[in-house]
Design a protein around this ligand. Sequence first.
Ligand code: FAD
Ligand code: 2HG
Ligand code: ZN
Length: 474
Amino acid sequence: MPSNTSLDLLSTLRGLLGEVHVLTEGDLSAYEQDWRKRTRGKALAVVRPSTIQQVTEVVKACAQAGVSIVPQGGNTGLVVGGIPDATGTQVLLSLRRMSGVRSLDADNLTITVEAGCVLQHLQQMAEQAGFLFPLSLGAEGSCTIGGNLATNAGGTQVLRYGNVRDLCLGLEVVTAQGEVMHGLSGLRKDNTGYDLRHLMIGSEGTLGIITAATIKLYPLPAAQLTAWAAVPSVAHAVKLLGLAQQHLGAGLTGFEMMGQFALRLVDKHYPQLRVPLWQDTPYCVLLENSDCESEAHARERLEKLLEIALEAGCVSDAVVAESLGQARKLWHIRESITLAQAEEGLNIKHDISVPISAIPHFVESTDALLAREVAGVRLVNFGHLGDGNLHYNVQAPEGCDTSAFLRDYEARVNRLVYESVKQFGGSISAEHGVGSMKVHSLPHYKDPVALAMMRCIKHALDPQGLLNPGRVVD
Ligand code: FAD
Ligand code: 2HG
Ligand code: ZN
């Protein structure tokens, strides 16, 4: 039963947004259930503002009532950071109705969009205007640019274009007090003090609500050629990466590695995707060569690279996509691993990074450790090798009750993997963020002074602790 304060707040919110955009009843699972189906929360209300004015008014009303707010975009986050907790006392603020384009500046190579714009729409709009927006990830059909920025998303083009942090020139943010930080500059250089844009990016809704962003566009490449290669080991994949960087230079726009079991799951759950070369090799690599000159030039360079790699023994077999359609199919296989894993059952995810040079040793020693500690464990190892970032995921042993497996093993598996990451000088989250899933692990793996500074910043910007409490820092 909501308290009197909550009932007053609900009536204020209805007055601000209209009944229809303050949801309290019916099936709210699209907002309250996380993508991985690990946790179900309960919101006091789901509110859906359509203007920045409405966002500021909602925040002020919540602040006055002492009610906390969880911002949400497409709800594709993987660390339980964008759904309400189970208390039924938090307001879930969905940005999805704020999805407009504010402006496109072709000479400045920038576009300014609202936070709820779905990534795929943004890519399409850029392409229609003759530009490339290079952020690309499996959830692009439903994640939003606001959520991408709030999590500093990576994806498959980081190697060439950087994380979304590197693609953002300016932000508009509503603070915990309901004020607006107007920072939608298209400036590439600005040294007038602390860079608050970078503070907000990756803050997972704990420091402010992103309502719009100015982001970089790039010229469309003349050609994008994709190859799929079988490699005998992780060490060979790293060697292939070095060769690709040497021979393709800035043309190398993607370099993903996929372990055999990850591909076996795609083959099992989506046989129509026809995964190539996976049966006879422990790992496959997907690499992309983008070229400003011509398709023939891109193909020639990629084929030359594969020839050298075959001779050097780092590739045992390879195919080059004959068309853009075929290339898309290969990328689709890579992007389907997450879904295939979900089909297989609940699982443990890691989005770790270590220096690229340490990856072969990290995989070898952590594989051995887990095999020893968890009988029958199935490792789903894949990811952005070119960025030193692996999804070192763990699937329960065949036929095992997955809920029981998570209950009995998740904390132990996480500890083993995180300790190994620490030993190799890595990070326990390279992509998905901390959310609520890693909030208690962070103090063990983050520099204590850095963590103390993070807590000071959180307290300074959100002294009432109303923005996404319990996420990132507790
Ligand atoms: P949500 O899930 O809604 O929210 C994520 C976090 O951001 C929450 O803490 C939320 O409170 C906060 N937030 C959302 N919007 C705002 C806002 N406007 N202002 C302030 N805070 C906000 N991630 C990668 O980095 N690389 C990948 O390759 C990748 N692949 C994925 C593939 C699949 C199939 C899936 C399901 C997820 C993948 N992800 C990947 C996870 C990734 O974090 C998200 O897909 C995406 O960046 C989140 O966007 P969203 O709009 O869904 O945010
Ligand atoms: C990817 O790279 C995403 O596909 C999701 O970051 C990774 O499912 C995962 O663990
Ligand atoms: Zn990833």
